[in-house]
Design a protein around this ligand. Structure first.
Ligand SMILES: [Ca+2]
Ligand SMILES: [Ca+2]
Ligand SMILES: [Ca+2]
Length: 500
């Protein structure tokens, strides 16, 4: 055998083992054809006879030529495909996925991965509806709402995570005296992450193949910290008393919810235990236009979470988005330029039939990050939560020139393409860790913070009870809300599936 071929074999082995994933390698792939010399050096033996081929990865053709002897030819092994796009009927309304200043470059990421079916994203939210553009991607979830006054399904915890509607009647204590339609928030959030892409109808999700684990914890007026914390633990595969084990532990947990107050020890413990199972926890920054360094907003002020603020289509911070040193990055959430299209339902109280709706808020921004986190883990499942956070932060796009976001908006705007490239080049490292900046109500401060005064707390804006034994199951029963800035029901929102 030729020395060249032996060294190639060795190099291919080393390179493919150490540096490169099998899929979507960012370095170029070359087919090297070698000259095959005859056994005996007769006068005619210098003619080239049978040739052999090898595949190598390298920066350039020149590098390959310099590295090996007896090379007959080097050709780049080009991957031929159409550029990734999606044929969903309303795909052109999904500005957040494209190349606009405030968008995430998802098509370029899809050229490298469309997601792995073994990756699971938990959506801890209002529950889920059986939407035509999502259902096949939904795993069996759970209803963690312990209070039947909040759950609307007539009971406490059970195995059915169906969204029963979070509408409010004027007589409801948290309604501010006016009727409010159901948001179908959990279905909207889930659709951003994993609506069925390229099926010709509706919208495309960030991840074409990974699964949604619906965990219901928010109902009428919000949800209790004790229920949400148990939902976080269960989602990650941690055992929760009285609840069957989760057969599909989540790799990513999306929390598009929050409320004013400290990071409780109950919630921090749940996050810590989920992280110990390897789960990436993504949290919305909230929609109060507040600086989180001085305004306590939870669970964004807990440690070990990826805090996501919102940017608009122009690549600026959305006017409603909270900001501060704990915000890790921004992702599309609407505001000036357009809201976020995803899955909805026509029913204003209980569910009727499938629609698509525009909503805006950091609730919409967080699932873009969760979706890209699931793509990162699809190409490199061994990565640890802090590594995923670092990749997401390292690879952001810059804000628009003259942006209002000079401080407290994290490293920039989510960029799926760059995130996948860095994920492919990152080696799993259990020892890598990051410490989140402390924001108001985080860390030790949570033990002394007075949360009785509430100014701003999401839709309903109040903390139900705090401290001591305030009526719920946990030591601190705080009501958290969906982080939804505006529900913009544009004319397009009530279009039916296939109606276009
Ligand atoms: Ca129930
Ligand atoms: Ca679709
Ligand atoms: Ca963080």
């Amino acid at each position: 055998m030729f020395i060249g071929r032996i060294s190639i074999g060795l190099i291919v082995l080393i390179w493919s083992t150490l540096s490169f994933a099998q899929k979507g390698n960012p370095k170029k792939r070359f087919i090297v054809t070698f000259k095959e010399q005859a056994e005996s050096l007769s006068a005619q033996s210098f003619s080239v006879s049978e040739s052999t081929k090898e595949v190598v990865f390298a920066e350039s053709k020149e590098v390959v030529l310099e590295s090996f002897d007896n090379v007959k030819s080097v050709d780049e092994d080009i991957f031929l495909t159409v550029d990734s796009t999606a044929n969903d009927s309303r795909y052109d309304e999904q500005w957040a996925l494209g190349l606009a200043q405030g968008a995430i470059e998802i098509e370029e990421a899809w050229d490298m991965t469309k997601g792995d079916a073994s990756v699971v994203v938990a959506v801890i939210d209002t529950g889920i509806l059986a939407h035509e553009d999502l259902s096949s991607k939904v795993l069996p979830g759970y209803d963690f709402i312990s209070d039947s006054n909040i759950s609307r399904d007539g009971n406490g915890r059970d195995s059915d995570p169906t969204d029963e509607g979070d509408y409010l009647n004027p007589s409801d204590s948290c309604s501010n005296g006016s009727f409010k339609s159901s948001s179908w928030h959990g279905t909207h959030v889930s659709g951003i992450i994993a609506a069925k892409s390229n099926n010709g109808i509706g919208v495309a999700g960030v991840n074409w193949n990974s699964k949604i684990l619906p965990v219901r914890a928010l109902g009428k007026c919000g949800g209790l910290t004790s229920d949400i914390a148990d939902a976080v633990k269960w989602a990650a595969g941690v055992s929760v008393s009285g609840v069957p084990a989760n057969a599909n532990p989540a790799n990513v947990i999306n929390l598009s919810l929050g409320g004013s107050g400290p990071c409780t020890s109950v919630m921090q413990d749940a996050i810590n235990s989920a992280r110990a199972k390897g789960a990436v926890v993504v949290v919305a920054a909230g929609n109060n236009s507040d600086n989180l360094d001085v305004n306590p907003y939870t669970p964004a002020n807990c440690q070990g979470v990826i805090v996501v603020g919102s940017n608009n289509q122009l690549g600026q911070k959305s006017y409603f988005s909270n900001y501060g040193s704990s915000v890790d990055l921004l992702a599309p959430g609407g505001g000036t330029g357009g809201s976020i299209l995803s899955l909805g339902n026509q029913g204003s109280t209980t569910a009727t039939f499938d629609t698509y709706s525009y909503q805006s808020g950091t609730s919409m921004a967080a699932p873009f990050v969760s979706g890209v986190a699931s793509l990162i883990l699809s190409v490199n499942k061994g990565l640890f939560p802090d590594q995923v956070e670092k990749i997401l932060q390292d690879t952001t796009s810059s804000f628009a020139t003259g942006s209002n976001c000079t401080d407290g908006c994290g490293s920039g705007i989510l960029n799926a393409r760059l995130a996948i490239i860095e994920a492919l080049e990152t080696t799993p490292d259990e020892t890598y860790s990051e410490t989140d900046p402390l924001s108001a109500g985080g860390g030790e401060e949570s033990k002394v913070l007075n949360v009785s005064e509430d100014k701003k707390g999401g839709i309903c804006g109040t903390i139900d009870t705090s401290g001591g034994n305030g009526g719920g199951k946990g030591p601190l029963s705080m009501v958290l809300f969906v982080v939804l800035g505006l529900i913009i029901q544009m004319k397009k929102s009530s279009k039916l599936i296939g109606g276009e």
